[in-house]
Design a protein around this ligand. Structure first.
Ligand code: ZN
Ligand code: ZN
Length: 372
């Protein structure tokens, strides 16, 4: 075990530090390392260490003993030496109400009183992304039960929770290592609501929610990427027992695969397998395009397999900035599965005329190009 650090050092204060200074030092360290709040890896150990240091130094008797004997108090064990084996620090008092209210009270209550967010996936074509279409979605969504207005109780038959006195919160003592600390928790009897249902609503059986079919209209942003989430505020689940705001609904766009285009940002990439004569003589290919026009691809004569041809401004709309991306065409040589005897004869003839270069020269040239 590593050597125990000096309590004054732990709190970063001088040996002559007064009560107020100790408290301030402890307060800022406890806020920093509170395990419920800190993201630091060893927060819990650090928190225990500062709690122990403060528990001893803030008690004038224990502090005197510590000042005289250090960690090796009269009984041998630092905990024994400082009596009790458990320090009771009321963090609520020291850290102030706002510290806990930010995550046991206010923040917690806020998140609890908001309904859950709902996410749905919605499939669209790349043409819709190009155009930015308006879509309609019919979807079953949990919504507030009308007869009980989301409370879950029949005819408003609700009673105040006796366990928490209707507060929804209870104070509890929590053992953290050798220390006891006071925490404020959601009341276990009423799950933090402060009320209990006496007679359940017959329509929703006490849940306060009903599944209803909703129609939602929304627009696809032009050029939207796969996985884009559109947020519809307040269209998610209703809050627990109708108390608070609805959650949000997120529509996650799933862009369907295009038969030949792949997408890279606002660019569209495709490969174009051409026959040998087209690569040699050049040609113009026409394909139906995502914008409803025709995409014309001009292949110059003597185009090599592996060459890319860029057609500027024919891609998708740019999300940032203006204009459109490009279409990038990768030209490939396509060999037919079968060839007639006559064609084979022609190809052989052509080969004689086209391959004047020596084979070895071609191999070297190709290697050089690849290395560039
Ligand atoms: Zn309660
Ligand atoms: Zn109901």
């Amino acid at each position: 075990m590593s050597e125990k650090r000096d309590y004054y050092e732990v709190l970063g204060v001088d040996k002559s530090a007064g009560d107020k200074e100790l408290k301030n030092a402890f307060r800022s360290l406890a806020r920093k390392y509170h395990p419920d709040r800190s993201t630091e890896e060893d927060a819990e150990d650090k928190f225990k260490e500062i709690q122990e240091a403060y528990a001893v130094l803030s008690d004038s008797e224990k502090r005197q003993v510590y000042d005289r004997f250090g960690h090796n108090g009269p009984s041998g064990s630092p905990f024994g030496g400082f009596g009790g084996g458990s320090f009771n620090i009321n963090l609520d008092d020291i850290l102030g109400g706002d510290f806990f209210s930010s995550f046991f009270g206010g923040g917690g209550r806020r998140s609890r009183s908001r309904g859950n967010d709902v996410i749905v996936r919605y499939s669209i074509t790349i043409e819709s992304v190009f155009e930015g279409t308006s879509e309609e979605l019919e979807i079953d969504l949990p919504s507030k039960c009308e007869p009980c207005n989301g409370t879950g109780a029949e005819d408003g038959d609700i009673i105040s929770c006796s366990n928490c006195g209707g507060q929804g919160k209870v104070r509890a003592r929590q053992q953290v290592g050798p220390f006891v600390q006071d925490v404020i928790r959601d009341c276990p009897s009423c799950s933090g609501v402060g009320q209990l249902i006496k007679t359940k609503c017959k329509t929703c059986n006490g849940s306060g929610q009903e599944i209803k079919e909703s129609k939602l209209r929304f627009n696809i942003p032009r050029g939207a990427e796969d996985g884009t989430r559109l947020r519809m505020r307040g269209k998610g689940e209703p809050a627990h027992r109708g108390k608070g705001e609805n959650g949000d609904l997120f529509i996650e766009l799933e862009i369907e695969e295009h038969p030949w285009f792949e997408r890279s940002g606002s660019d569209l990439i495709m490969s174009l397998p051409l026959l040998y004569p087209d690569l040699v003589a050049g040609t113009t290919i026409t394909l139906p395009h995502i914008d409803g026009t025709e995409l014309k691809i001009s292949i110059p004569k003597m185009t090599n397999s592996g060459k890319t041809i860029e057609i500027r401004g024919k891609g998708l709309p740019r999300i940032r900035g203006s204009g459109r991306g490009d279409v990038v065409v990768l030209v490939k040589l396509h060999l037919p599965k079968k060839i007639s005897k006559a064609d084979m004869k022609l190809v052989k003839q052509m080969n004689v005329e086209l391959s004047q270069d020596e084979l070895q020269e071609r191999v070297i040239k190709d290697a050089k190009e690849r290395r560039q």
